[in-house]
Design a protein around this ligand. Structure first.
Ligand code: FES
Ligand code: FES
Length: 174
């Protein structure tokens, strides 16, 4: 049997300690070892972006990262975005704006969008298209993906603004 390495990493806020072969890719650790199949594999040329996850908050193609490179780091996958009962605004945006057809690219697009909105809460359409250029969609023509991200940006900005509005209202009543 091949030599294995023990590594510890945090995925979607939960600690994991696993033994992997040194050559194991992060995407295979997620899908095969941990059964987290929300992260997809759409190519073997590092081009499609379906495997995109966040590594310490930055979008990476998990088929281009060795699992051992994530040792001690924070990984976020699509499973960590929201729940069925409480969708993340990005997931809600894809729902509301019909941002997917077959859905194969969608986990990767949503993770790339998460990175984009974390760094640029008010992106222009061009910035959204630039931010998502690493993820390919064969179905949608991208227009509804852009609308989904615009919707998410709006929702997230509202959520950020709400406590201030509430605080102002409180102050106004006082
Ligand atoms: S699976 Fe296509 S870029 Fe990773
Ligand atoms: S929705 Fe089918 S590949 Fe994007």
């Amino acid at each position: 049997m091949s030599e294995t390495i023990s590594l510890s990493l945090t995925i979607n806020g939960k600690p994991h300690t696993v033994d992997v072969e040194p050559r194991t890719l992060l995407v295979h650790l997620l899908r095969d070892t941990l059964q987290m199949t929300g992260t997809h594999i759409g190519c073997d040329t590092s081009q499609c972006g379906a495997c995109t996850v966040l590594l310490n908050g930055s979008a990476v193609k998990s088929c281009t990262v060795l699992a051992v490179q994530a040792d001690g780091e924070q990984v976020t996958t699509v499973e960590g975005l929201g729940t069925l009962e409480n969708l993340h605004p990005i997931q809600q945006g894809f729902w509301e704006k019909h941002g997917l057809q077959c859905g194969f690219c969608t986990p990767g697009v949503m993770m790339a969008a998460t990175d984009l909105l974390a760094h640029n809460p008010n992106p222009t359409e061009e910035e959204i298209r630039d931010g998502l250029e690493g993820v390919l969609c064969r179905c949608t023509g991208y227009q509804n993906i852009v609308r989904a991200v615009q919707y998410a940006a709006q929702q997230m900005n509202q959520q950020v603004g709400e406590p201030e509005v509430a605080a102002e209202a409180e102050g106004g009543r006082g």
